[in-house]
Design a protein around this ligand. Structure first.
Ligand code: KIV
Length: 270
């Protein structure tokens, strides 16, 4: 029998409450109305319309080709299916390169139904974060492995492995919080680094390939369902063990995150 509880109108305050109580919340990417309704009905607190859609929906080998029109279209679709999760949407590559462009594009995502926008970077997005949050647009700052910079980084590699780089990420996380960021997202960093950052900021931190210490966990929907062509170390296919198809797999993911049994040691970078 299913024991899940449907989310109801998750806000940033809900996530702060979860963090303060020492609990966990679950996030997943969603790109269409049908999956959005399954995910939010099963209890996923945050739906991300991720620019990963460039890879898992459009078949590109990076997120760089994704446009604002793509993001607006998919945000509209997810909004129609959402049943109360917090809806986060990505500002795609080069859509926040100037102030006027940032404001126009972030506003377009909010009009399409997003409750918060996500952008990738470190110190250089501090001013952008302040610009948006002062104007009423909440921001999630995506740090660590930032896929929009894959060509500068030189591949999809773990970030913050050496002491100097780890220290820089810690300082940038604190700077982004001070600039008004409402959520931090850490992708592919050693679990000890994610723990240090989670403990040193007063806002929720979401992790992917960042170990168990973060308040939230996020995965790409296609990875949870085992349909992605590549499976990085931090991915777990929850459909394999589901006895209730896709809703069962999503429910298992949510329970594993809430109960801290996912991610396990085998999904972490040390
Ligand atoms: O675009 C996306 O799906 C993301 C997640 C990998 C966090 O940014």
């Amino acid at each position: 029998m299913s024991t899940h509880k449907t989310v109801s109108n998750v806000t940033l305050t809900t996530l702060l409450g979860i963090m303060k109580r020492g609990e966990k919340f679950a996030c997943l990417t969603a790109y269409d109305a049908c999956f959005a309704s399954i995910l939010s009905e099963v209890g996923v607190e945050v739906l991300l319309v991720g620019d990963s859609l460039g890879m898992v929906i459009q078949g590109h080998d990076s997120t760089l080709p994704v446009t604002m029109d793509d993001m607006i279209y998919h945000t509209h679709c997810v909004k129609r299916g959402n049943r109360g999760s917090l809806l986060m949407a990505d500002l795609p590559f080069m859509s926040y390169a100037s102030e006027s462009q940032t404001l126009e594009n972030a506003a377009a995502l909010m009009r399409a139904g997003a409750h918060i926008v996500k952008l990738e970077g470190g110190a250089w997005i501090a001013n952008t974060t302040r610009l948006l949050t002062e104007r009423g647009i909440p921001v999630c700052a995506h740090m660590g492995l930032t896929p929009q910079s894959v060509n500068r980084i030189g591949g999809f590699h773990v970030q913050g492995r050496d002491t100097e780089q780890a220290q820089l990420i810690i300082e940038e996380a604190q700077m982004l919080e001070a600039s008004g960021a409402n959520i931090l997202l850490l992708e592919c960093v050693p679990k000890s680094l994610a723990k240090t950052i989670t403990e040193s900021v007063g806002i929720p931190v979401i992790g992917i390939g960042a170990g168990p210490a973060t308040t939230g966990q996020i995965m790409v929907l296609h990875d949870v369902l085992g349909v992605s062509p590549i499976t990085p170390r931090f991915v777990k296919n929850f459909l394999k063990e589901s006895d209730n198809g896709i809703p069962g797999a999503i429910e298992a993911y949510v329970k594993a995150v809430h109960g801290s049994s996912f991610p396990g040691e085998e999904h972490c970078f040390n």
